[in-house]
Design a protein around this ligand. Sequence first.
Ligand code: I3P
Length: 109
Amino acid sequence: KNGFLVRKVHADSDGKKTPRGKRGWKTFYAILKGLILYLQKGEYRPEKQLSDEDLKNAVSIHHSLAMRAADYSKRPNVFYLRTADWRVFLFQAPNAEQMQSWITRINTV
Ligand code: I3P
C-alpha cells in the first residue's frame, strides 16, 4: 500500500515524549512493504530511490498497533501508530477511507 501521509512524532523509543522542535507535521509518501513502512520525502516519482534520510525514517511495523486517534481533534483522519519499541506517531491520511485502509493494512500484516 502506498500514499501520502502527514506524520507527527509524538514519542521516541521507550515512550519518551518527543522534544519540542521535533514535533511538527511533515508530509511523506508512504510505502508499506512487508513489515516496513518507508517514508519518502519530497516529490513522489515511482522510480525514485530511497535516500539515506528516507531509510532513517522507515518504521518497522512488526508488533506495532495502529488505531484511530479518537482523542486528537486538531486534524481529521488521524491515526496513531505505536511501535514495538514504544515509539508513537500520528499519521494524517487524505481522507477517512484511506485512514481506515492504512489502519487495517498495518494491523493485519
Ligand atoms: C510542534 C508543532 C506541532 C504541534 C506541537 C509543537 O512544534 O507546532 O504542530 O502539534 O505541539 O510542539 P515544533 O514543530 O517546534 O516541534 P499540534 O499540531 O498537534 O498542536 P505539542 O508539543 O503540543 O504536540
